[in-house]
Write a protein that binds this ligand. Structure first.
Ligand code: K7E
Ligand code: CUA
Length: 619
């Protein structure tokens, strides 16, 4: 990474802004000149802290959920520049995702997904920069490889899971990506009357196994849960490693108008799952197979799940960096509760239970809580700093509260504009948070950007948390729909610039223009195409109506950023091939005529010459 610009430049910038402030302050209409000058110099400091000079690079990557856009968006922090869009559950013509055979196969029969929680792979509870997992409400989880920032696998829909919101949280060594059902349904899913919900519908928590070398995900196991709505999760770490926590609401087991019917009880629960014990129970043959998955029933396998009562209708649950505290609260409360993991373990040992839910023991709130921290109204999510501080987003108060673990005092608050949901601190959910930056991901934003009509631009706000007082630095547009994001130190990632030729084992890859061409087997036509500046070889393809064409394009460039595309307008074909990559697309030609194809990515001075013809004769 390059050096920061010289202090001289900063002083120059600060000086001009201060000069401007004085000019403004001295103007006849300026109210309280001194105050204006102070405010403007604060802005100069903020500008300095977010300014990434031309040619300079950001210190962090932020990976943000794109909600029902189905994408993940990558930003640089602190500049908040949008660097890249990673399509996951939705076709994205800009990169050809969802158009070639390989990515079409991953998407299956779906063309959208609702992404909520990105989860960077971890080693010993710290981001290791290998993969990013993201969930989709439709029971799926995807893996993005951070070597090339591409989606490599979509697993699911996972059987028995209905509304996979509480995912894709990884365990501290990425043994599993965990998920849980937000909606309960009969398991297995056969029609059952809604009025039998309380007894016949089930929730599910699921562990998706991750191969430690390749990241390949496969079905792990599941646990049958009472029909609550499991909302968010976090893996235990250090002191609580081996456990997984999920919030749940609607422990009333109500149906219909949940905003009323699911708010009757004072407390809902955080489910604490001993995933090592569950893993062992599955290995010992204690699971039943439902829908092709090994499912544990806690009634038959005691000791794998406990319920920790928590303020009603909770949202986030977050484990402190040392794993000693589990933070969770009702989302309409004015306090958040710090549960003491030591006390939870003692209560489990002493069987200090108040009852059970479908055979799952319920712990006593008073026995396991350490403190109710008066953070303010509407606590949703908590992130951590390196110095024992916690940061909680307050939806109702529209603010972030900073408070201290252990002393439980609230030391600072910064307003958010408006209605913050998630928040993300630099490596703020790992065993060693960085501090420095915090991003508030706001649900509403009216007036923070130029108006673009009724659908207001989403806004995220960058906050400086390097000092005692939090300082708002910057308002940034973020692509909708913002949920969670994670921020990782840039030097942990080492993205490649080209796909090395020797790693390309595609059976239809060709590396020399003389090997490009068309072969026929009955009505099956295979085209091996070479894309290289500035020709698509072959330059014409002759086929007959009724043929099935399999086109394999190899971009033989080994130069960074030399992408080529293949657009065949009439047939809705759009393939983008990175340097060293081979992609295929299979399509039936049913319309006779002459159809031009061309390169879609501006690749050279003669890019516009990179074109050819598909000639389809009538049969
Ligand atoms: Cu938007 Cu995590 Cu889906 Cu909270 S969730 S705010
Ligand atoms: Cu290749 Cu433009």
């Amino acid at each position: 990474m390059r050096e920061k610009p010289s202090a001289l430049l900063w002083w120059g910038l600060a000086f001009s802004i201060v000069a401007l402030a004085i000019a403004v302050a001295c103007a006849p209409s300026a109210p309280q000149g001194k105050k204006v000058a102070t405010a403007v110099s604060d802005l100069a400091v903020a500008a300095q802290k977010t300014y990434v000079a031309p040619g300079d690079l950001d210190e962090y990557y932020m990976f943000a959920s794109g909600g029902h856009s189905g994408n993940v968006y990558v930003y640089g922090v602190p500049s908040m520049r949008h660097l890249s869009t990673i399509p996951v559950y939705t076709p994205y013509p800009a990169t050809g995702y969802g158009f070639d055979d390989e990515s079409k196969a991953m998407l299956g029969r779906f063309t959208w997904g609702d992404v909520h929680h990105p989860s960077l792979s971890e080693t010993k509870g710290d981001y290791d920069g290998r993969w990013l997992f993201v969930n989709d409400m439709n029971g799926r989880v995807a893996r993005i490889d951070l070597r090339d920032f591409k989606t490599k696998q979509i697993l699911g829909p996972i059987p028995n899971i209905s509304g996979n919101h509480a995912a894709a949280f990884v365990t501290p060594n990425t043994e599993y990506s965990m998920m849980a059902s937000r909606f309960s349904a009969p398991v297995p899913n056969v029609p059952k009357p809604i009025d039998s919900y309380a007894s016949e519908y089930k929730g599910i928590v699921a562990a998706i196994k991750v191969d430690p070398a390749s990241g390949e995900m496969s079905l792990g196991w599941e646990i049958l849960m009472p029909p609550f709505d499991y909302d968010l999760g976090d893996a235990g770490k250090v002191a609580s490693e081996g456990w997984m926590f999920w919030t749940s609401y609607n422990t009333e087991r109500a149906t219909g108008q949940l905003e009323v019917s699911a708010s009757q009880r004072d407390r809902d629960y955080i489910a604490a799952v001993d995933w090592r014990a569950a893993e062992k129970a599955v290995a010992d043959g204690k699971a039943d197979t439902i829908g092709g998955v090994k499912v544990l029933d806690p009634k038959k396998v005691p000791g794998i799940v406990y319920f920790m009562p928590c303020g009603k209708s909770p949202h986030g649950v977050d484990v402190s960096p040392d794993g000693k505290y589990v933070i969770g609260s009702g989302k309409l409360q004015g306090v958040t509760t710090a549960f003491n993991w030591e006390k939870v373990q003692t209560a489990i040992r002493n069987q200090d239970f108040s009852g059970d839910e479908d055979g799952i023991p319920v712990l006593k709130y008073e026995s396991i809580k350490d403190a109710e921290v008066p953070v303010g109204l509407g606590p949703l999510h908590t992130q951590f700093g390196p110095d024992g501080y916690a940061y909680t987003s307050l939806f109702v108060d529209s603010a972030i509260a900073k408070w201290k673990l252990g002393t439980w005092e609230v030391v600072d608050k910064v307003p958010m504009s408006y209605s913050i949901g998630h928040l993300s601190a630099a490596e703020g959910d790992t065993v060693s948070p960085d501090g420095k930056y915090l991003v508030g991901l706001n649900k509403l934003s009216h007036g923070r950007h130029l108006s673009v009509g009724p659908s207001q631009p989403e806004s995220s706000q960058l906050v400086d948390i390097s000092e005692e007082k939090m300082k708002l630095l910057y308002d940034a547009f973020t692509e909708p729909e913002p949920h969670y994001a994670q921020i990782i130190k840039a030097d942990k990632l080492h993205p490649i610039e080209v796909y090395p030729k020797e790693e390309n084992h595609h059976p239809l890859a060709v590396w020399d223009v003389k090997d490009a061409g068309v072969t026929r087997n009955g009505n099956q036509v295979t085209v091996k195409m070479v894309a290289v500046r500035s020709t698509l070889w072959p330059t014409s393809i002759a086929v007959k109506a009724g043929d099935v064409v399999k086109l394999a394009i190899t971009n033989i460039e080994q130069t960074t950023d030399e992408l080529h595309g293949f657009g065949l307008l009439d047939y809705n074909i759009n393939v983008v091939v990175d340097p060293g990559e081979t992609k295929t697309v299979t399509f039936k030609v049913d319309k006779p005529g002459v159809f031009p194809y061309y390169c879609t990515n501006f690749c050279s001075a003669l890019h516009q010459e990179m074109q050819g013809y598909l000639v389809v004769d009538a049969r």
